[in-house]
Design a protein. Structure first.
Length: 79
């Protein structure tokens, strides 16, 4: 950097930015490492049970003799 207070070149700013990014990357890595090193006794599994299943709906069988086809009845009425 220049010796004058408040003056710095573009290269100095880029170097400072790279140093700050590097420091933030190391800080992020450190915090993630601490998060994954948490004590294993924090949670206790009480029980594992299967999820309840939905009851299947059984539809009644339809008898085809009760079905009226509108197309055929319209043809019979027009003939």
């Amino acid at each position: 950097m220049n010796n004058l207070p408040g003056s710095c070149s573009k290269r100095d700013r880029q170097a400072l930015e790279l140093m700050l990014h590097d420091g933030l990357d190391r800080l992020e890595e450190f915090t993630l490492m601490l998060a994954f090193q948490g004590s294993g006794n924090a949670f206790k599994i009480l029980a594992i049970t299967p999820a309840p299943t939905e009851p299947t709906v059984v539809h009644p069988q339809r008898r085809t003799e009760n079905v009226i086809y509108l197309h055929e009845t319209l043809l019979k009425q027009t003939a």
